[in-house]
Write a new protein. Sequence first.
Length: 392
Amino acid sequence: MNEIALKYGCNPNQKPSRIFMENGGELPVTVLSGKPGYINFLDALNGWQLVKELKEATGLPAATSFKHVSPAGAAVGLPLSDTLKRIYWVDDQGDLSPLACAYARARGADRMSSFGDFIALSDPCDTATAKLIRREVSDGVIAPGYEPEALEILRAKKNGNYNVIQIDSSYVPEAIERKQVFGVTFEQGRQDFHIGEELLENIVTKNKEIPDSARTDMIISLIVLKYTQSNSVCYVKDGQAIGIGAGQQSRIHCTRLAGQKADNWWKRQSPQVLGLQFVDGIKRADRDNAIDLYIGDEYEDVLADGAWQKIFKVKPEVFTREQQRAWLDQLKDVTLGSDAFFPFGDNIERARKSGVQYVAEPGGSIRDDHVIETADKYGMVIAFTGMRLFHH
């Protein structure tokens, strides 16, 4: 098939709409179920590139949860602790496959942002992963294949309207890519820069010790950033993104946004949150929203009389700022990647509050000395990669 007609473009008024191969060749994708839209395909094709590179870099199955052309989460398939199973709502699923672990991590890092996501999987979708996808609010999935039972499960989702796309894993796009803006054609070489450990050789801080696990996390952060709308930063721990900031005009705002998401990921593992007693039958999205409010500045929205009774069996105690700070101080050995240089040390100061110990960024700012000095103050490690990873 050379083209697929779409219902409309980014918005309902943008018609006609299609995806097609300008060179007359075959599309590398096959729609197995549903009718994916314009934004669905943007998310699917960007997400597929991300997980394909994560798999190549780590040797582990990978998954990402995409929303509006940026990842809300991404991870490789490392086993889940009992605590992570609980906060990702998969503790009732028994043993999970590595691919299912990857998706549970990718979806669970920022469940609020992942609501209605488009999923990309590096490996053929197995039954365990399909069962996780089945109960989440999601627009669709792209993978290089599907086990028969997994495909049956996914085809039944949304009364048969769930978008299931299969991609040819051997497909290699042309070296030059083009797009139009306001009738003007833009052309550039495709971003095929290889991200590997060679990027981590230029360590500019006094502390130069990077354990293997942190090196993997640094590579993961850079690959995620390669497919995240700029400006972007990515916090990573134990093989998964825990906070992604995308599309911010100011890098410090980006660092703060992603840092807040990383903080929320960690706060969800606190005894205060794990001890919440939800009313029977509460919807998954309502539960996620309640947790997000409970651990934030607007906690009164869920603790006020008349409100908490609809959510909790027992009214929770306030999770005070002091308690939250004490819990956050236990978060350690986090990695931070940045798609461009940090212009000031304030980014490092903010990152440190979220447990960052390892940083991968291009370098090249006239204030690099101040950034390095700030990192040295805390014994952190910075590797200058020398490569900017803007994505638009």
